[in-house]
Design a protein around this ligand. Structure first.
Ligand SMILES: [Zn+2]
Length: 156
């Protein structure tokens, strides 16, 4: 899968903002749904972690039952236009860097998909939507490649 750029909907940006307002530098996250068109990923719908998610200073785990329900419902509501793209979470950093664990988990998810998975990490320190483009990193892992690649996040 050759991806040149990624664009986030306003729903996605609002979700990131409100989750970081709620949790501050305690980690939070969720899943991202969207579609691909002409080598661009469009992230349309983003979830939070659900009510049973685990939020800690350096650890986050989403509520799997909630996530499965969110994906099923949103994919069905979109008439199949949306698909699962990957996961997002925050770090207590300004310029977030993926941990070894983040890359391992992205690799595992990519292996379980048909093509690829993306991981988005946002720096929650002094975060605002205006800073999203500077304070986040998005990584793609293709199922059939050993490499992780950074995708440029486009302001749109
Ligand atoms: Zn992380």
């Amino acid at each position: 899968m050759q991806i040149e750029k990624i664009i986030f909907s306003s729903q996605a940006l609002h979700m990131f903002q409100s989750e970081i307002e709620t949790y501050g530098v305690v980690e939070t996250g969720g899943v991202m749904l969207g579609y691909i068109f002409e080598e661009t990923i469009y992230v349309e719908k983003v979830s939070n972690g659900g009510s049973k998610a685990i939020h800690e200073y350096l650890y986050f785990r989403a509520d799997n039952n909630y996530i499965e329900m969110f994906i099923d419902m949103e994919v069905a509501n979109s008439g199949g236009k949306l698909r699962y793209l990957g996961e997002w979470h925050t770090h207590p950093q300004i310029n977030p860097e993926p941990s070894e664990l983040d890359l391992d988990s992205l690799g595992e998810i990519a292996d379980s998909t048909v093509d690829f998975c993306i991981g988005l990490i946002l720096g929650a320190v002094d975060y605002s939507t205006e800073c999203f483009w500077k304070q986040s990193v998005c990584i793609i892992k293709n199922k059939d490649s050993n490499k992780f690649q950074v995708i440029q996040i486009t302001r749109d």
